[in-house]
Design a protein around this ligand. Structure first.
Ligand code: PMM
Length: 301
């Protein structure tokens, strides 16, 4: 093993971090498999993430969790330092950077391909300097005005996720006549701002933004309409993992299933998204979803 002294799973959960040996050259997007949908593992380095209970708030724990996903076979690790839960308050960029940058550095050093989940161009720039290859931006129609120039200058891949600026399904913005057509049109409009700044079409990845200013029925319609999203001509990323619409689908005795009980349904969505040609799925549980996209690839032949 050329980058790490210790293999995963060789010590108790509380053992010290593996000693980093001279860096393995970071993985590039061109190195990723092309015969199946990719798996992007979610690493929320926030004290209040709704799906991991804040367990990764501490840097060492976050690095350990990221390395685990890397060894489990995640193609990309998506590192974010700001929660998008409905009641979350925005964190200052300096605080966000203190959370994500050491984690990005360590994962890149271990040979992982890292994306940074941020709405701030300043955080994106520093994460790119630390080796991140993708900027994942959930701002939707309300992007940081410095973001297009940054993406053009650095040449990184950029996830343009649809949102009308909120994750609340009861948001007044969560009202559509035709959610698929409106999401496609709004993504195209923001995408054109990136083109105007000199960003190439191949740099853009579009994402329907499930749960962001959308209710469960909107989410299902968007999943049914993934082909239409793909007709924009970019790679498509789907982020369904453990989301509210799966919780309400799995309601039992009048109670929505809690996030940790939504993994089987998430894997089913991943298989179907892969069948619809998604480039990648963004998920919490890497092994289950890797299996799902492999099944789809074999099915497609
Ligand atoms: N969802 C969340 C955060 N970031 N990024 C993209 N591209 N797509 C998503 O659907 C998305 C995202 C919120 O979910 P989380 O808190 O479980 O990460």
């Amino acid at each position: 093993m050329d980058s790490l002294a210790a293999a995963p799973g060789t010590g108790p959960a509380t053992s010290p971090l593996p000693v980093l040996r001279p860096a393995r050259s970071p993985r590039k997007l061109a190195d990723l498999p092309t015969d199946r949908t990719l798996v992007m593992g979610i690493l929320n380095v926030t004290p209040d993430s709704f799906s991991d209970g804040g367990q990764f708030a501490d840097t060492d724990a976050a690095i350990r969790a990221g390395l685990k996903m890397h060894y489990e076979g995640a193609d990309i690790i998506d590192v974010g330092g700001e929660s998008t839960r409905p009641d979350a308050v925005r964190v200052p960029p300096e605080e966000e950077q203190a959370r994500v940058l050491p984690v990005v550095q360590a994962l890149v050093r271990a040979g992982a391909l890292v994306s940074v989940d941020t709405m701030n161009a300043s955080t994106a720039q520093q994460a790119i300097d630390a080796g991140a290859a993708i900027v994942n931006d959930v701002s939707g129609t309300e992007i940081d005005s410095d973001m297009p120039a940054l993406v053009a200058r650095t040449g990184v891949s950029y996830v343009l996720m649809h949102s009308r600026g909120s994750v609340r399904s009861d948001d007044p913005n969560a009202s559509y006549d035709d959610v698929v057509e409106e999401v496609v049109a709004e993504l195209a409009k923001v995408r054109d701002r990136f083109y105007a700044a000199g960003v190439a079409p191949e740099q853009i990845i579009v994402d329907p933004g499930l749960g962001f200013s959308k209710n469960a029925e909107h989410d299902w319609q968007l999943l049914r309409g993934l082909d239409r999203l793909g007709s924009l001509g970019h790679r498509v990323l789907v982020g369904a993992s453990r989301k509210r619409f799966l919780g309400s689908l799995l309601t039992s005795f009048g109670k929505a299933a809690p996030p940790l009980e939504r993994d089987n349904a998430t894997a089913a969505v991943s298989a179907l998204a892969a069948r619809s040609g998604a480039w990648a799925v963004r998920v919490h549980n890497v092994p289950a979803n890797l299996d799902a996209v492999k099944v789809t690839a074999a099915w497609k032949g």
